[in-house]
Design a protein around this ligand. Structure first.
Ligand code: AMP
Ligand code: MG
Length: 393
């Protein structure tokens, strides 16, 4: 058995970088920027008014000074002339500040009669002008890799980058295995259950920016598993669920080996999730997850998510951990790392109750995993522990 860190290192070695594709800006949110991009313009492209008021010369902006209004500048409608001595231009937010002016007096500090304005207050020391390029200059870069947030999308738009180079969405084939499984919505026999973690994993992978494809359920025989594995053709990652421990009906390792899988590892010192396996089949990375619903979901968080991030070009790093304070004690841990379903609230965290790896009702209430290293001693309320915050928190 290998450690979680060793298993992750093997998975990163299997995580081939995906090709780059160009998508329209509207489709780029949540995708990973694959190449540095550069602003094609300066923003703002001109000195711009940041307030509604009057553009004039700052040296003349004394209390009670009077100016003749000689023109108007609005957003999208610049004024072409030059502001001379004793002159002002009516200006609105976003308009280019005309030549000759270096100050915008806000309209609240002005009284106007016809074309004549008088400054009624000279307390505003600010110029109320945004200089050209205060946001960014032509050629400013947005560096890859980076998962594009809504704010990034707005910045790319302002940079006039309409087509964005991003990592291809990894296609992940999800294969459930088991004679006992039926799909949600079907009517199970009395001895059957519903394939559940398959759908939880698909949701998790889609949220990470992958494209999960749920293949038909493979039955517990070699021919069925071979058939479904062949349907995974074209996927960037093949994930099997269940049939990964050594039992009469645990076929995945055998069938994959028979089909030529080069195995990287089998079994990780963790719970839940010990019978994890990975390798490469026909050049495509393959991960075999344990079937127990919570084990599969925890392995998705601990292994698949970091692996997919690496495939999309993000740094190869474990699931991020934060420190939280225990609000209830924890018994000593055994020799395997333990990822305990937990509820985090503010700075504190407590285990979410029964930790059996079949309990999806407990997982659904959890918003965190407490990470216990192997042989972690008894922990008391008030102790700090490492926590992975789950996406649903
Ligand atoms: P296995 O690894 O195939 O021995 O499965 C371990 C346990 O997980 C068994 O109780 C299976 O019925 C259950 N299981 C396997 N795959 C799934 C699945 N996709 N959804 C829900 N339960 C599953
Ligand atoms: Mg099974």
């Amino acid at each position: 058995m290998i450690s979680v860190a060793e298993a992750l290192a093997h998975l990163f070695a299997l995580a081939d970088p995906l090709p780059v594709e160009t998508v329209p800006l509207r489709k780029a949110a949540g995708r990973v920027l694959a190449q540095d991009v550069f602003a094609t313009r300066t923003q703002p492209p001109f000195d711009a008014a940041s307030m509604d008021g009057y553009a004039l010369k700052s040296v003349e902006a004394d209390l009670h000074a009077q100016f003749k209004v000689v023109g108007e500048a609005a957003a999208g409608h610049g004024w072409d002339g030059t502001v001379g001595a004793g002159q002002a231009v009516r200006i609105f937010t976003g308009a280019p500040v005309p030549d000759g002016a270096d100050h915008v007096v806000i309209q609240e500090n002005v009284s106007r009669t016809g074309d004549l304005i008088t400054l009624t207050d000279d307390s505003d020391a600010k110029s109320n002008i945004r200089p050209a390029g205060v946001d960014f200059f032509e050629g400013t870069d947005m560096a890859a890799p980076r998962r594009l947030s809504p704010g990034d999308i707005a910045l790319l738009a302002a940079m006039n980058i309409a087509d964005v180079p991003v990592a291809k969405r990894p296609v992940v084939a999800l294969i459930s295995t088991g004679d006992e499984l039926v799909m949600p919505g079907e009517t199970p026999r009395p001895d059957q259950i519903i394939a559940s973690n398959t759908f939880g994993l698909a949701a998790m992978l889609d949220a990470l920016g992958a494209e999960a494809r749920i293949l038909p359920i493979a039955r517990d025989n070699a021919a069925s598993l071979r058939t479904v594995l062949s349907l995974a053709d074209g996927a960037d990652l093949v994930v099997t669920i269940g049939g990964a421990s050594v039992g009469d009906h645990d076929l995945v390792a055998d069938v994959a080996a028979e089909m030529g899988m080069a195995q990287s590892f089998y079994k990780v010192a963790m719970r839940p999730g010990k019978p994890l396996m990975a390798g490469r089949l026909d050049g495509t990375p393959m991960v075999g997850l344990p079937g127990n619903p919570v084990s599969a979901m925890v392995c998705g968080t601990v292994f698949l998510a970091p692996m997919l991030r690496a495939m999309m070009g993000l740094p190869a790093a474990p699931a991020p951990q934060v420190r939280r304070t225990l609000s209830a004690p924890l018994a000593a841990n055994g020799p395997r790392a333990h990822y305990m379903r937990a509820v985090a609230q503010g700075d504190s965290v407590a285990d979410a109750g029964a930790q059996d790896s079949s309990l999806l009702s407990v997982l659904a209430c959890a918003n965190a995993l407490i990470v216990r290293p192997p042989n972690d001693p008894v922990r008391h309320a008030g102790d700090a522990v490492d926590v992975i915050l789950l996406e649903n928190s």
